[in-house]
Design a protein around this ligand. Sequence first.
Ligand code: NDP
Length: 235
Amino acid sequence: MTTTRPVALVTGASSGIGKETARAFVAAGFEVIGTGRRTSGLTPPAGVTYLDLDVGSDDSATAAVREVIDRFGRIDVLVNNAGIGSAGAVEENSVTQAQNVLNINVLGVVRMTKAVLPHMRAQGGGRVINISSVLGVAPQPFMALYVASKHAVEGYSESLDHEVREHGVRVLLVQPAYTRTSFDTNATQPDTPLPLYAERRRVFDEVMADAMKGGDDPAVVAKVIVAAATDKKPK
Ligand code: NDP
């Protein structure tokens, strides 16, 4: 099956910002494929096709892109939204925790982008929208792994944008601030918390929970993402 509508592939569309983004692309007239690690049993938003994808796996990334191309014929927009938080002091974060966060937040973007770029070039253009964070350009104690991952996404995206522009492909960043999703409860936690940091962590967790509660509506962030993909002002 091919489609006459532009095609948007949104990773991490089973919840939060990604789910709202998938909805917003449908409203903007796109054919929308939303992904998550286990989408069977989940009800997608109206008009969205769900597909399983673990951005932490090379095979899963290439298989998902292949399936979208086979079914819909093209990918006009890739939104690299899938991501996880990481909590804890640097001394508490194991190398395994670091590998996990960087594998999803950074290499997930790399895998998906590499899989999609040849198709965008061949079809004469496209957009890659990478979901960074305000923490992609600022520090935050007790979230160093996450901050490092988003800073990496920033540098990767801006460098790539200069490489592929001449092929009609743009690579753009969206930097949400606190947004009301399950992001903080889904964050990876240190395996071995140290008593030395317990009090500061308690205060940090309280401040973070308050900031998330008062954060932006994910539907508003979604409109900004669609605007970045279409050059139309958010309504
Ligand atoms: P959620 O936890 O609600 O959503 C995260 C999404 O990522 C889920 O759909 C999850 O799907 C998916 N995901 C996680 N790991 C993987 C994986 N290995 N492979 C594929 N999908 C995966 O959080 P948000 O909606 O808040 O986060 C979305 C993005 O926004 C992230 O990149 C985050 O860093 C960024 N962001 C969030 C902010 C906030 O305050 N909420 C602020 C700034 C940026 P599933 O579990 O089904 O696989």
